[in-house]
Ligand binder design. Structure first.
Ligand code: AMP
Length: 139
């Protein structure tokens, strides 16, 4: 089966912005959120599919066509939820590219040995602050 979709989990500010941008770039985007109101954050240029559901439920991910996903971006507001969904995408559905937002940098340990890539807003903010002050990067 052809893997040509991008699944974005969580339609908060980050998820909605990523989904809109990818959609504008011509990607086939499916965005999932437990809360239908969250889709109001999508801009009018978003032309993908919006799906209401709890992404910790495997059947919800299947309905979002995760088996055809080349990439999954996980951006709910809970690190444990994000890691669980990323693990399901990796171990169950073998998605080639998985990116997960994590507030707690220590939780990155749970991704070691996988192809799951973390994004840490804390580290990005710290490094931006340090670079403004001529300091080096913190890792
Ligand atoms: P934010 O905290 O603004 O980045 O938004 C996170 C989004 O993730 C919210 O819109 C939540 O409704 C959504 N969310 C939280 N848990 C889940 C879940 N299990 N499945 C799908 N979406 C979720």
């Amino acid at each position: 089966m052809k893997r040509n979709k991008v699944i974005v989990v969580g339609c908060g500010r980050l998820g909605a912005s990523i989904a809109t941008k990818l959609s504008e770039m011509g990607e086939d985007v499916h965005i999932l959120d437990v809360n239908e109101d969250a889709f109001r954050k999508l801009r009018e240029t978003f032309s993908g599919f919006e799906m209401v559901g709890d992404a910790t439920d495997l059947s919800v991910l299947e309905n979002a066509q995760i088996k055809q996903a080349k990439s999954v971006v996980v951006t709910t507001n809970n690190d444990n939820t994000n890691i669980f969904i990323a693990h399901v995408a990796y171990y169950v559905f073998n998605v080639p590219r998985i990116v997960v937002r994590l507030a707690d940098t220590d939780k990155g340990e749970l991704l070691v040995g996988t192809r799951i890539t973390p994004i840490y807003p804390f580290t990005l903010s710290l490094n931006q602050y340090l670079s403004m002050n001529g300091g080096g990067e913190d890792r």
